[in-house]
Unconditional design. Structure first.
Length: 310
């Protein structure tokens, strides 16, 4: 029979590291969290250790509740999730679980490993309704030069299966006030990480491209690509990322020639509301600043994240 999915194996590996020492009570907790655990728990870069600990404890406790009783006891002990098992050493917590289950510590160790795999499989089952991914974006960093009318994008992707050779990317343009777009005039250049092998007009305002890697990726392998995009046409009024699949982190920096009048944050809004003036938005302080930066984590597919200005 096939083994666990690569994402499941990765989550299990990160949970094994997390159970060491004091578990969820570890000092400087965020430093020891793996990427998969951060995404699972919704822990962002702005969260301090206390907030991260609360999110982690809530997520792991929820997973524990879905396990059989013996595995739930072992899982709870492994991470020190309840007051009665908040012991400083992992071995002490294993002994606590052994006393509850009337089992030797070496048996409890095996049950803990089984509980971690069961919990990771539970996560996968809850995601089962989502389309299978060949790859996903772990980090997207974009700089928009409004004065230079160009965009620089650095994207780190992770293969979800063996043999991933290319990825499809696309960009949509904002129509001019007359309702027209110059999709054919958009320039896309791959700076590093692959070569552009296909380009097409996917819709009246959308360009689609395919970037091929030098070598196929294996499951779990990362690849970073850099791109330069010159949209052409009239000056843009906003820039957003609207993922169609998994995107763990999106950082955007917009640079102006002169300070804008207003800069608004678009944090997970429907695409049709990006230009809606009636929807309240959080405004960034402007002053004399010509650069504005925001970061979003664990983006929801088909919602838009970014900045709007005037």
């Amino acid at each position: 029979m096939p083994g666990p999915h690569p994402e499941t194996r990765l989550l299990v590996a990160e949970l094994k590291l997390l159970r060491r020492g004091r578990g969820v009570l570890a000092p400087e907790l965020k430093r020891g969290l793996g990427h998969s655990v951060r995404v699972l728990c919704g822990i962002g870069v702005e969260d301090d250790d206390a907030t991260a600990r609360a999110k982690l404890s809530a997520t792991l406790s929820d997973l524990a509740a879905g396990l059989p009783e013996d595995l739930r006891i072992c899982f709870t002990a492994a991470f020190a999730l309840t007051d009665e098992v908040r012991l400083p050493f992992y071995l002490q917590r294993l002994e606590w679980a052994g006393a509850r289950l009337d089992r030797e510590v070496r048996t409890v160790r095996r049950r803990v490993d089984e509980s971690l795999l069961s919990a990771a499989q539970l996560v996968a089952a809850r995601r089962a309704g989502r389309p299978a991914l060949l790859w996903y974006t772990s980090d997207l960093r974009t700089t928009v030069s409004v004065a230079g009318a160009e965009v620089f994008e650095t994207r780190r992707v992770v293969a979800c299966d063996d043999g991933v050779e290319e990825l499809d990317l696309g960009w949509s343009l904002t129509p001019s006030r007359s309702g027209t777009t110059d999709v054919e005039g958009v320039q896309v250049e791959v700076i590093h990480g692959g070569v552009l092998v296909r380009r097409s007009r996917e819709a009246s305002a959308r360009i689609a491209t395919t970037v091929r890697f030098a070598e196929p990726l294996s499951a779990g392998q990362e690849q970073e690509i850099g791109l330069r995009i010159v949209p052409g046409g009239p000056p843009c009024r906003h820039y957003v990322c609207t993922p169609h699949g998994r995107c763990d982190r999106f950082s955007l920096r917009v640079v102006f020639a002169v300070p804008p009048q207003q800069v608004l944050v678009l944090d997970g809004v429907p695409a049709f509301e990006v230009e809606d003036d009636l929807v309240p938005r959080r405004a960034l302080p402007v002053g004399r600043s010509r650069e504005f930066a925001v970061t979003f984590t664990d983006l929801v597919a088909h919602l838009s994240y970014g900045l709007r200005w005037r």
